[in-house]
Design a protein around this ligand. Structure first.
Ligand code: FAD
Ligand code: NAG
Ligand code: NAG
Ligand code: NAG
Ligand code: NAG
Ligand code: NAG
Length: 515
């Protein structure tokens, strides 16, 4: 009977396209007593993500009514043992790129259901917020702002969940100073792959705490996180300047992140033969010198934009202006290309949402996103740029290409996050969209370009690491983790010994023993 069921499960689940709920799975989960509900029908949304390329249908979606629902469900699957093929994937906001939050034939836990769980701000000498793992960063920010506080380290886009970004790293223009988001967490509450609910921190269950940070969802489901806060800035000065010389651009970026008194946010992006971009800016940014700026012509050159902000409020606006002037005077950008803007802190942090609304209205948001995120060691960034921007990419019209430096000292090497072995390394993010879904060309072309970039790194011996890594074979994962692989695999054996969690990362494959 068991064998027959197993065969049935394999047949049904093996067929991705088939939209059938599996009666075997349904009956096995019937005994679960939960506050929320399990759905076996409306599961197709859980088979989608921002990448829009992978569609793996789960057997069921758990809409948890409480944290204990999550624990009970994982515990149930754990107790089914290795005779069951069932896996469990936490789904944050589903903004993964290659099915990482999907579970082929398994159970997807809709973490956003738990967002109602209180976001509690603790104001004190070292303020922090306790937030649900399924809460969106934007909502956590709004709650903190009511207390005049805000988290310190961000992603560029805030409609992502706490658990989703902490399972990766959480990188943006504040990370050079505060470290990635995973460097700003005091405590986590986690459901392990055995269904235990545990608190962990640097003091308590420290091995699990560090494993889960940047852990790609492999060791447990983060149900709550305690995140460090600071007094919220009111306003930001937002500045963009252009370079045509890559060496000056990166030297200036590196100089800025090494200073003690510097900008609060430092990023950069690459503009290759991109039409219309400078005109777009004029609506939101004011050129320092309008006449010169209007005469500026890129002449087909590749341009590099350095982007920075400095926080201020009414009381210190004058002093901050002087600090900004002093910092800008050290830089070697093209003089006519200084653009500035002043916006509220909230408006700045939530900036990408404005683009999202525009793209959605044109039907350009829910399209395939063949993104590639690389961490490149500083000593090779010029070789990388010369080849990739000079030769591989003809233009940057498919989406932004971000490029900015980070300092390794702000990363904790006890976490699971993987970075290059150099003091300074660059995040280079190719954020492509492939809009015409009828025309597979654009997706194919973008994927081929990604392959050429990866091939070049390999051939040139650039010891880069992928951020939001995507690999399909365990050898590749071993190479990704390098000498940290053994620890990663050991932790997996301790916290999720049956390989139940986050199967969409394709690192460990649940072994099914037929009985
Ligand atoms: C428009 C956009 C902008 C972005 N900008 C940035 C950026 O600036 N910096 C940056 O670092 N990243 C950025 N990202 C990447 C983003 O951090 C990752 O895609 C992240 O995985 C998305 O979060 P999510 O909540 O949608 O997670 P999901 O995609 O739902 O999940 C991601 C992975 O984590 C697991 N997971 C989800 N929730 C939990 C949990 N509570 N506990 C344990 N595991 C869990 C899932 O199973 C899956 O394996 C961006 C993504 C998009 C789409
Ligand atoms: C299950 O829970 C979700 C979210 O709480 C709710 O929208 C849905 O209606 C529920 N379904 C059933 C059948 O109760
Ligand atoms: C974790 O700690 C918080 C307080 O810090 C507490 O409220 C919660 O009950 C704890 N959870 C577990 C599972 O011990
Ligand atoms: C990196 O950060 C450390 C610690 O803040 C600092 O001492 C070092 O100078 C930084 N390195 C560079 C190259 O900026
Ligand atoms: C730059 O873009 C234009 C159209 O946008 C195209 O005609 C031209 O060939 C491109 N130049 C290069 C060098 O790719
Ligand atoms: C982590 O960094 C510390 C110094 O910051 C070093 O002593 C230790 O060996 C490192 N551990 C690993 C595993 O690299």
């Amino acid at each position: 009977m068991h064998y027959f069921l197993e065969l049935f499960v394999v047949l049904v689940l093996g067929s991705v396209a088939m939209h059938v709920s599996d009666p075997g799975v349904a009956s096995s989960l019937e005994s679960l007593r939960i506050d929320g509900n399990l759905s076996f029908h409306d599961v197709s949304l859980a088979a989608r993500d921002f990448g829009n390329r992978y569609r793996l249908l789960p057997s069921a979606v758990l809409h948890p009514g409480s944290v204990s629902d999550v624990a009970a469900t994982v515990r149930h699957v754990f107790r089914m043992g290795s005779g069951s093929k069932l896996t469990v994937a936490a789904r944050g906001h589903g903004h993964s790129l290659q099915g990482q939050a999907q579970a082929d034939g398994g159970i997807v836990v809709r973490m956003e259901n738990l967002r109602g769980c209180e976001t509690k701000v603790h104001d004190g000498e070292q303020p922090y917020v306790d937030a649900s793992g399924g809460a969106l960063w934007i909502n956590v920010l709004l709650e903190c702002l009511k207390h005049g506080l805000a988290p310190k380290s961000w992603t560029d886009y805030l409609h992502l969940t706490i658990g989703g970004t902490l399972s990766n790293a959480g990188i943006s223009g504040q990370a050079f100073r505060h470290g990635p988001q995973i460097s700003n967490v005091h405590q986590l509450e986690i459901v392990t792959g055995k269904g235990e609910l545990l608190n962990c921190s640097a003091e308590e269950n420290a091995d699990l705490f560090y494993a889960a940070l940047g852990g790609l969802g492999q060791f447990g489901i983060i149900t709550r996180a305690r995140i460090a806060l600071e007094p919220a800035p009111k306003m930001v000065k937002w500045i963009r300047v252009l370079y045509s010389d890559f060496a000056s651009f990166t030297e200036d970026q590196e100089m800025l992140i090494s200073l003690k008194e510097t900008f609060d946010y430092i990023e950069g992006f690459v503009i290759i033969n991109r039409t219309g971009l400078l005109n777009n800016w004029r609506s939101s940014f004011n050129p320092q010198n309008p006449v010169q700026a209007s005469e500026f012509d890129s002449d087909g050159r590749i341009l590099f934009c350095l982007e920075m902000t400095k926080n201020f409020d009414q009381d210190n606006a004058e002093t901050v202006n002087q600090q900004v002037e002093a910092l800008l005077s050290k830089l070697r950008y093209i003089p006519s290309t200084l653009f500035q803007s002043e916006v509220s802190y909230l408006e700045f942090l939530d900036r990408v949402h404005v683009s999202e609304v525009k793209l959605r209205s044109k039907g350009l948001w829910e399209v395939p996103h063949p993104w590639l995120n690389l961490l490149i060691p500083r000593t090779r960034i010029r070789d990388f740029a010369a080849q990739v921007f000079g030769k591989i990419l003809p233009d940057s019209n498919n989406g932004p290409i971000l490029l900015y430096p980070l300092n390794k000292s702000k990363w904790d090497n006890r976490t699971s996050a993987v970075i290059p072995d150099e003091e300074i390394f660059y995040l280079v993010a190719f954020l492509s969209s492939a809009p015409s879904s009828s025309d597979h060309d654009s997706l194919d072309r973008a994927l081929k370009q990604n392959d050429r970039i990866l091939d070049f790194c390999k051939q040139a011996g650039i010891r880069m690491k992928q951020y939001l890594p995507y690999y399909t074979m365990q050898e590749e994962w071993r190479a990704h983790f390098g000498d940290r692989w053994e620890d990663f695999a050991r932790r997996k054996g301790v916290y999720d010994p049956l390989y139940i969690l986050a199967p969409g990362q394709r690192i460990f494959q649940k072994a099914v023993r037929s009985s």
